[in-house]
Write a protein that binds this ligand. Structure first.
Ligand code: NDP
Length: 323
């Protein structure tokens, strides 16, 4: 089969496309022919060596497709089933071995490219709102990178629950997308951000800040939070946040900071099924209108990484095998 490999740590140029052996299902696994493969920031952190990884390896953790082989000890999936997953290694490939208990059946109404590119972001959105923090109707929250993959889903889901959402974006086209997703107010990054949030909230600040940008925004996130507010630092698109003196949380308003990761909110198969079920239900009943903004052939993963890291994408990014 054809697959992408990370040959060494580095920039997008270390991604190469070539032939590798087909996967064979181990006990408890199925093999899936991929139809859509998700491109996520974690793939870039691992490629750069920011998170531990040992090249050469096939990158990617997310995708969707059709089961083509079933290993022993699997009794609830059969050949032909459409499934999606968020945590199978080596997903940038035409076929992927997926643990059967991590393969989520995809409802007929959900297109492959939505499941394959947005289940990871959808599950993240779900736990950000029902896990890391719990904003309620009437609360005001701040979501950085409001036109990004997580940003659009978070804005839609939170605003559908009656939460008032302020977002940040870098340009007018992204502002338009963010407003269409339900943002009540859209701000630009930079020094005016905090005063903008204070103006909108009558000086109070927001009850929750969702910060997936990291280094460039974290100080503003602290300054934009209300007394007893929570900062959910869930990513590092602009780089990791430097070491931080916890005493500052006291002076800044008895703030809480949490740094969650999806794996800890879907480790239990029942919790995975619950969160995935709610995500797919929201897609099916059109509460969530998933925006897949950027599509690439599997062979063009290098360009996909360039665009994701270069702020040239909106919504979810997908690789399509055989395109
Ligand atoms: P996005 O589609 O949101 O892309 C990142 C966006 O961040 C960019 O489009 C850009 O939007 C903004 N940004 C601001 N500064 C920078 C910068 N210096 N370099 C690059 N981008 C910048 O990505 P995802 O939806 O895939 O992920 C969003 C965040 O969520 C990432 O940090 C990711 O690691 C994290 N994540 C965390 C998970 C967890 O469980 N902890 C799970 C899934 C994702 P703009 O141009 O408008 O500023």
């Amino acid at each position: 089969m054809r697959a992408i490999q990370v040959t060494r740590h580095g920039g997008p140029e270390v991604l190469t496309y070539g032939s590798v052996d087909d996967p064979v299902p181990a006990p408890g696994e199925v093999v899936v022919r991929t139809t859509a493969i998700g491109v996520n920031f974690i793939d870039t952190y691992l490629r750069r060596g920011l998170y531990p990884s040992t090249p050469p390896y096939i990158p990617g953790t997310e995708g969707a497709g059709v089961v083509t082989a079933v290993g022993t000890e699997v009794d609830d999936l059969e050949v032909g089933r459409r499934v999606a997953w968020t945590d199978a290694p080596a997903s940038y490939a035409e076929s992927v071995a997926v643990r059967a208990d991590r393969a989520v059946p995809v409802p007929d109404a959900v297109p492959d490219e939505v499941a394959g590119s947005s289940l990871l972001r959808g599950l993240t959105t779900h736990y950000l709102l029902d896990g890391s923090a719990h904003p309620e109707a009437g609360d005001t929250i701040l979501v950085h990178a409001g036109a990004g993959g997580v940003g659009l889903l978070l804005t839609r889901l939170a605003s559908a629950r009656g939460v008032r959402v302020i977002t940040t974006v870098s340009d007018d086209a992204k502002e338009e997308l963010s407003r269409a997703a339900g943002a009540a107010e859209v701000l630009r990054y930079g020094d005016g951000l905090v005063s903008g949030v204070r103006d909108i909230t009558g000086g109070r600040g927001v009850s929750v800040v969702y910060d997936g940008v990291g280094a460039d925004t974290f100080e503003h996130s602290l300054a934009a939070a209300a007394i007893r507010g929570t900062i959910v630092l869930f990513g590092a698109a602009s780089g990791p946040v430097p070491p931080f003196d916890l005493q500052r949380l006291n002076q800044a308003g008895s703030l809480s900071v949490t740094r969650p990761t999806l794996a800890h909110f879907i480790a239990d198969p029942d919790e995975l099924a619950w969160r995935a079920g709610e995500f797919f239900a929201a897609v099916t009943d059109e509460t969530l209108d998933v925006h897949v903004g950027n599509r690439y052939a599997l062979a063009d993963a290098e360009q996909a990484h360039r665009d994701l890291e270069g702020r040239a994408t909106t919504g979810s990014t997908v690789l399509v095998p055989g395109r």
